[in-house]
Every structure is written in structure tokens, then in C-alpha cells.
Ligand binder design. Structure first.
Ligand code: KIV
Ligand code: NA
Length: 257
């Protein structure tokens, strides 16, 4: 699984044969320049989900339910998730939280909306927690995460994301529930992996967390290309006759134009 936020990222991920796309609310940080995901609105999620679906029409796509919606009254939360499906074109929604959101998960699934859970590090709670830290390090916390996983699956979640937990916790969750467990910083013993597009590609993001593997360094490629373009324009190497419409024949000894 890989995140995507627009048509080109979705098109390239689909071309690469990715199984699942996630329109993550990480959108706010890696694309929109916010400092956390709490600034991401439902409107933004619908807008970007539409673009991803246009870019990758053949790939199962999950959209994040943004900040607060899982804690609204059930009718409001249902409407919000419904917009991600109906207007956005998502096939499923993902929402952060444990047993406390299980009643909502049950409600959404009953209404026909497939739900992916999200446990461990919950970026939407950063204003309360004060940072992005590994979760489930104590035995009690680890047990709670496993119990939350069971509650979500019991409520009808078809899959879970588990973020930033010790490897043993990722393994415990994967063993505890029959649905696919997708890890991000959850170690090796889960059923699948998800990464943020820009992290994987080294594209416009700074230092990455431990769990990221960089498969490319696009920043250097992009800055190099833009610098070469600017140099060419400034020095007159671009454009050439080949880039002009009905190019004027060069007069010997005289510059065209
Ligand atoms: O928003 C996101 O990109 C996510 C993944 C990190 C799981 O929720
Ligand atoms: Na997210």
C-alpha cells in the first residue's frame, strides 16, 4: 500500500502495480505544507481523493476520515464518510482510534462503507500527545492496542493500519485478528506495508523516520533539472529552433528574431 494525493502520483503508483492506494491525511503535511494533519478538512480530502481516482481508476483506494469526524455525532460522521465514497470515489475509508470508535465502525459498515482501522501512533492526536512517538512500549499499552484491534475487527473493520509500534506489537496484532494488518513502522511480522509516497521517493520531505526506506532521492533530481533549465534560459541555450513553431531561418551572422 502506498499513499497518493493527486492524479500523477496515483497514475505512477498504479503503473508500478501497487495493490492499495491510501489518500492519507498526511496530504496536509507532504503536499499542502501544514505542520500536522489536524489542518486537513473533509473538503480537501474529497478534492484529492477525486484526483487520485482519476489517476488510478483500476486501484482500490482508501481515503482518510480527517480530524474530528470520527468523534462527531454518528449521523455527521456517517455523512462525512459517505462524501469520501460518493463524491471522492473512494472504495473505503480509514479512521484513527481504538475501541472508542468501534461503534462508529459498526455503523459505517452497516451502512455499506468498508472501514480500515488505524492503531498505534495516531497523528490526529498530536496536539494532545505533543509529538510523534513509538506507541505500545509498555506491556499494558501493547495489550490495549491488541484489544483495540480485536474491537475494531469485531465491529467490522476489513483491515487495520498499525503505525509506529515495537515489532512484537505489530506481530501480536497480526496474530490476534484475521483481517490484513498493514504496518508502517510496525516491523516485519504484519501482512502488508504502507509508506508515504514522498518519503519513499525522497521528494520534498526532510529527514524521514526510522521506518522509512528511501527508494529514490527525487529532490536532487528535481533541483538539478530546474537549475539546468534556469541556466539554459539565462545563457540562451534554451529554447532552440527545435522548440519553436515555424522557426525563423537563421540569417548568417545575425541572431534570429
Ligand atoms: O495519512 C497517512 O499517510 C496515513 C499512513 C501513514 C498510514 O495514515
Ligand atoms: Na492518515
Amino acid at each position: 500500500m502506498l499513499t497518493a494525493y493527486d492524479a500523477p502520483s496515483a497514475r505512477l503508483a498504479e503503473a508500478a502495480g501497487v495493490d492499495l492506494l491510501l489518500v492519507g491525511d498526511s496530504l496536509g503535511m507532504v503536499v499542502l505544507g501544514f505542520s500536522s494533519t489536524v489542518s486537513v478538512t473533509l473538503e480537501m480530502m474529497v478534492h484529492h481523493t477525486q484526483a487520485v481516482r482519476r489517476g488510478a481508476p483500476e486501484t482500490f483506494t482508501v481515503a482518510d476520515l480527517p480530524f474530528l469526524w470520527a468523534h462527531e455525532a454518528p449521523e455527521a460522521a456517517l455523512r462525512a464518510a459517505g462524501r469520501l465514497i460518493q463524491e471522492g470515489g473512494a472504495h473505503a475509508v480509514k479512521l484513527e482510534g481504538g475501541a472508542e470508535v468501534a461503534p462508529l465502525v459498526r455503523r459505517l459498515v452497516a451502512a455499506g462503507i468498508p472501514v480500515m482501522g488505524h492503531l498505534g501512533l495516531l497523528p490526529q492526536t498530536v496536539l494532545v500527545t505533543g509529538g510523534y512517538r513509538v506507541q505500545g512500549k509498555s506491556a499494558a499499552e501493547a495489550e490495549r492496542i491488541v484489544a483495540d484491534a480485536r474491537a475494531l475487527v469485531e465491529a467490522g473493520a476489513f483491515s487495520l493500519v498499525v503505525e509506529a509500534v515495537p515489532e512484537s506489537v505489530g506481530r501480536s496484532v497480526a496474530r490476534a485478528v484475521p483481517v490484513p494488518v498493514i504496518g508502517i513502522g510496525a516491523g516485519r511480522f504484519v501482512d502488508g506495508q504502507v509508506l508515504v509516497y514522498h518519503d519513499l521517493l525522497g521528494y520534498g520531505v526532510g529527514r524521514a523516520p526510522r521506518f522509512v526506506k528511501r527508494y529514490a532521492e527525487l529532490d536532487a533530481v528535481i533541483v538539478g533539472a530546474i537549475r539546468a533549465y534556469a541556466d539554459d534560459v539565462r545563457s540562451g541555450r534554451f529554447p532552440e529552433a527545435a522548440h519553436a513553431y515555424l522557426p525563423v531561418e537563421a540569417v548568417p551572422g545575425e541572431a534570429a528574431g
